[in-house]
Design a protein around this ligand. Structure first.
Ligand code: PLP
Length: 306
């Protein structure tokens, strides 16, 4: 969040105009609605960024920043970074992409035309659930100077040396971990897709994902995050979560151990009810697939599902 707020505060002046995808990590949504809009008086416009035309309609030459998350937390929606960058660069507006779910191993927003890529290093980059931090990456000198000034002087939100050490250690195994996360996630996505108590599975690697072709084009892999809609009552859903032995309930993600989250039950205050941003279904389950033995993970799910 420090990486994202530094980006916002560096590039969007009070009273400015920001266009954001309407499917977002709940913390970013709160930052945009309550702080950037509420406190700084920025006109924050949420659009369904799955269609680049919606971004085209909202952007004009007074827009300060386009913000997009892809794939999104927790709905696993994608946006076409290249098309969005092509549209907004005609207006001279920079594009920032939160690429946390893909990790730098599977997606390079700057190569797709974005000006800024943001990662929560808390997640895949560190990978061991023992550090909190973020990274902002840009290939634009002016944006870099603004960000560096805001970080050093304006906000002072530096990552501690020990957290830097932990993340640097984690990055050494990023490729090996990401390949394993993806392999396990694909197996679990197929298992869930075939299960009769699962209504829909959202994983960009599945051919049934409505944006699978875009995923195949702009990502080099599908990562280890997926979500699904459970077909049953909230009581049954709670029993399923309680019955899991290898998936720990937890709101973080991207670590070597598998985590499961039900936003409506575990972070009810943060769940969007679809006013300006995309609605999170009540029985949506998000899984951060770890690198444990895949047969053990599948067996655990099969046993716990009703
Ligand atoms: C977790 C997360 C963040 C925030 O990261 P923190 O390290 O918890 O501040 C931002 N964006 C996405 C997509 C995330 O999943």
């Amino acid at each position: 969040m420090a990486a994202i707020s530094t980006t916002m505060l560096s590039l969007v002046p009070p009273g400015g105009h920001l266009v954001s995808s309407d499917s977002l990590y709940s913390g970013t949504e709160k930052l945009l609605t309550e702080f950037v809009a509420g406190h700084l008086g920025v006109d924050v416009e949420f659009v369904d960024a799955r269609e680049p035309e919606n971004v085209a309609t909202a952007v004009d030459s007074n827009t300060d920043l386009i913000w997009a998350e892809t794939p999104t937390n927790p709905l696993m929606r994608l946006c076409d970074v290249r098309s969005i960058a092509d549209i907004t660069h005609d207006y001279g507006v920079p594009v920032g992409v939160d690429s946390t779910f893909a990790s730098p191993y599977f997606q390079s927003p700057l190569e797709l035309g974005a000006d800024i890529a943001v990662h929560s290093t808390t997640k895949y980059l560190n990978g061991h659930s023992d550090s909190i931090g973020g990274a902002v990456v840009t290939d634009d000198d002016e944006i870099f100077e603004n960000l560096a000034f805001a970080q050093r002087i304006g906000l002072g939100n530096m990552l501690s040396p020990f957290d830097c050490y932990l993340v640097a250690r984690g990055i050494k195994t990023l490729p090996a971990r990401m390949e394993h996360h993806q392999e396990n996630a694909m197996a679990i996505a197929h298992l869930l897709e075939a299960h009769d108590r699962v209504a829909s599975v959202y994983y960009p690697g599945l051919e049934s994902h409505p944006q699978h072709n875009l995923a195949a084009e702009q990502m080099s892999g599908y990562s280890g995050m997926l979500s699904f809609e459970f077909d049953g009552t909230l009581v049954e859903l709670e029993a399923f979560i309680d019955g899991l032995e290898l998936f720990t309930p937890g709101a973080s993600l991207g670590g070597v151990e598998s985590l499961v989250e039900v936003p409506s039950l575990m972070i009810p205050d943060e769940v969007s009810h679809g006013s300006a941003t995309a609605e999170i279904p009540e029985t949506l389950v998000r899984i951060s697939v770890g690198i444990e033995d895949v047969d053990d993970l599948c067996e655990d799910l099969r046993t716990a599902l009703p």
